[in-house]
Design a protein. Structure first.
Length: 141
């Protein structure tokens, strides 16, 4: 995959993240667009699964952080520092938070499984290029 580097000159910190993301896009980003032949319902299901994964991963992480704090333990990052406590110690609250943490984790697993099943369906049954477009291009020597 060829990467396009962007030389924008001076950047503000606000623009830095957007420009970095833009620079990492492939030069020919038309390959990222869905096939015109893919039904709209499949396109929306794929996009919905993608957004649901992002949201659930964030929520699951915050629930784990809050549940650990409510249990009375700090969240330590590789022995370097502790995250600040966002919830005071409350064992009953910790138990309830971890139930929701578990539910979100199960949902993440289910959505990943459905997403993989959809990709395999496109590859094995429909025999279209959806799976190939998701995989990295082989190295050219």
């Amino acid at each position: 995959m060829n990467l396009q580097l962007v030389d924008e000159g001076r950047m503000t910190s606000r623009d830095g993240a957007a420009n970095t993301a833009w620079a990492l896009l492939p030069e020919d980003s038309t390959d990222l667009a869905p096939d015109a032949a893919t039904p709209l319902i499949e396109q929306r299901a794929s996009l919905g699964a993608q957004y649901a994964l992002y949201v659930l991963l964030f929520i699951t992480t915050v629930l784990g952080w809050a549940g650990t704090n409510a249990y009375g333990d700090p969240v330590n990052v590789f022995g370097l520092f502790d995250f600040p406590a966002i919830v005071g110690k409350d064992q009953a609250l910790s138990d309830r938070i971890f139930v929701w943490h578990l539910i979100c984790g199960i949902l993440v697993g289910a959505i990943v499984a459905l997403h993989v099943a959809g990709a395999l369906y496109h590859w094995l049954v429909k025999r279209d290029s959806v799976l190939q477009r998701m995989l990295p291009e082989p190295e050219r020597s």
